[in-house]
Write a protein that binds this ligand. Structure first.
Ligand code: ADP
Ligand code: MG
Length: 322
């Protein structure tokens, strides 16, 4: 992955057939400033934002794909090679790390869902602290981008958690880049901008807290459900794309809605239905327990067994509590 990134950076967008100076300028203005971004763009989006005809956009995308060597079938061997770059980030709880097979993974989306107060935002804060830590301590020596939709990011919490980990609170805060998303469109836009931030900083964690709250409040009623799902789908795929290109972790939170029609099993279900469920690689369901304890349950993993464990929330952050 790292090697691949470097190779594609050698050629600039002007090197592509069909991209003259004026077109290159238009593309750059709209964030399509490297081969990889163009290679994974959709012709419709490219044409809409840059004013280039769709036919021309298709040609440019194809040229970029050829140059970046994407869009072809990968052999199992190649996928395994890419998977070898996967890195893991500690949650701060050995129990939860073990449940996840060693921690949160790069190149994938991990979703934490649960009711209000179940600890989703606390975990997001902890991950942002942990990602700055050295590799040998389960960190990635990297930075975080947080899309905050509920205005729940608290630097004071970061300071507490950083102190508990014995890392410099100010240095930690400098490595967390927070953007408040005011509505779902703004949220989608911010996710698209993640690539810009990643060019300047070593972003290995993107947090969206919460993934679904704006979508849920803006798209009420059956009529708008299809549109909501379509936008959520696009948003999730933007995030997934970022995680693959930049070998980064995506961590998102999601609420549950009470389902009075479900009488058996757990009477709660995550928002966003199939779209979120199918795109998130790991889903963790958080439930409240006694004295700051939370039960975390792994649901729907592609290769890990389902199971649950107990974590502890405290002033120091997330731990096993033992
Ligand atoms: P969610 O995002 O799922 O709605 P939060 O992550 O905000 O929930 O979790 C809130 C809970 O986190 C509180 O109920 C409390 O148990 C715990 N918590 C938050 N801040 C602290 C702190 N400074 N010290 C101890 N526990 C805290
Ligand atoms: Mg929260």
């Amino acid at each position: 992955m790292a090697g691949n990134e470097k190779e594609t950076k050698k050629i600039t967008i002007e090197d592509l057939a069909g991209v003259g100076e004026a077109t290159a300028e238009k593309l750059r203005e709209n964030g399509y400033d490297d081969i990889m971004t163009l290679a994974v763009a959709s012709p419709k989006d490219l044409s809409e934002v840059s004013g280039i005809a769709e036919g021309a956009a298709i040609k440019i995308i194809n040229a970029a794909r050829k140059a970046a060597d994407v869009g072809n079938f990968e052999t199992g061997e190649e996928i395994l090679a890419r998977r070898k770059d996967v890195r893991k980030l500690t949650t701060g709880s050995k129990n939860l790390d073990d449940l996840l097979g060693g921690g949160l993974e790069t190149q994938s989306i991990t979703e934490f869902f649960g009711e209000f107060g179940s600890g989703k935002t606390q975990i997001m804060h902890q991950l942002a602290v942990n990602v700055t830590m050295p590799f040998e301590k389960g960190g990635l020596e990297a930075e975080t981008m947080i899309i905050d939709t509920e205005n729940t990011f608290r630097p004071e919490r970061i300071v507490q958690m950083a102190r508990a980990k014995g890392v410099d609170p100010d240095e930690t805060l400098k490595r967390i880049h927070v953007a408040r998303a005011y509505n779902s469109h703004h949220q989608i836009l911010l996710a698209e901008k993640a690539a810009d931030l990643a060019k300047e900083f070593n972003i290995k964690l993107v947090v969206v807290d919460s993934l679904t709250s704006h979508f849920r409040s803006e798209y009420m009623g059956r009529g708008s459900l299809a549109e909501r799902q379509q936008l959520l789908n696009r948003h999730m795929h933007d995030l997934l794309k970022f995680s693959t290109i930049y070998n980064a972790i995506i961590a998102v939170t999601n609420q549950v809605s009470a389902r009075p029609d479900v009488f058996f099993g757990d009477p709660t279900t995550p928002i966003g239905g199939n779209i979120v469920g199918h795109t998130a690689t790991f889903r963790i369901y958080l439930r409240k327990s006694k004295a700051g304890k939370r039960i975390a349950r792994l649901i729907d993993s592609p290769y890990l067994p389902e199971g649950e464990t107990v974590i502890q929330l405290s002033e120091d952050g997330i731990s096993d509590g033992t």
